[in-house]
Design a protein. Structure first.
Length: 110
C-alpha cells in the first residue's frame, strides 16, 4: 500500500520474483483498509505516508480488528525518523524502500 504507483509496481515485481504472491494494491489509507479487509492478506507492506489516512492509523485499525495481517512499514525515511509511533501501531517492523526484499519481510513476520 503506497501512493507511488511506480514503487508499487517495482515492489510487487521484486516480491513476487522472491516468492510472495501479490494479491492487491492501494494508493491511499482508505483503499488500503478496504483491500485488506476484502482480500485478507497474510502480510501488508504499508507506506508510512499516505494521502488520506497515514500508515500508522491504517496499521492500528488493521491490528485492532483481531485476525489481522502482519503489517510491515516501508518508507524512504530512516526508521529513527518515525519514532515510537512505528511500534505503537502494532506493526511487525520496518524495511527501508531501498532495502526491500522478501527475506527482510519474512524475517519480520515469523
Amino acid at each position: 500500500m503506497d501512493d507511488d504507483q511506480r514503487f508499487r509496481g517495482i515492489a510487487r515485481t521484486l516480491l513476487e520474483a522472491e516468492g510472495f504472491d501479490g494479491v492487491g494494491e492501494a494508493d491511499g489509507g482508505k483503499v488500503a483498509l478496504a483491500a485488506a479487509r476484502d482480500l485478507e492478506p497474510d502480510v501488508v507492506l504499508l507506506d508510512v505516508h499516505l494521502p488520506d489516512i497515514d500508515g500508522f492509523e491504517v496499521a492500528a485499525k488493521l491490528v485492532a480488528e483481531g485476525n489481522h495481517p502482519a503489517v510491515v512499514f516501508t518508507s524512504t525515511r530512516d526508521e529513527s525518523d518515525l519514532g515510537p509511533r512505528l511500534y505503537r501501531s502494532g506493526a511487525r517492523g520496518f524495511v527501508p524502500k531501498d532495502e526491500l526484499s522478501a527475506e527482510r519481510i519474512a524475517r519480520l513476520c515469523r
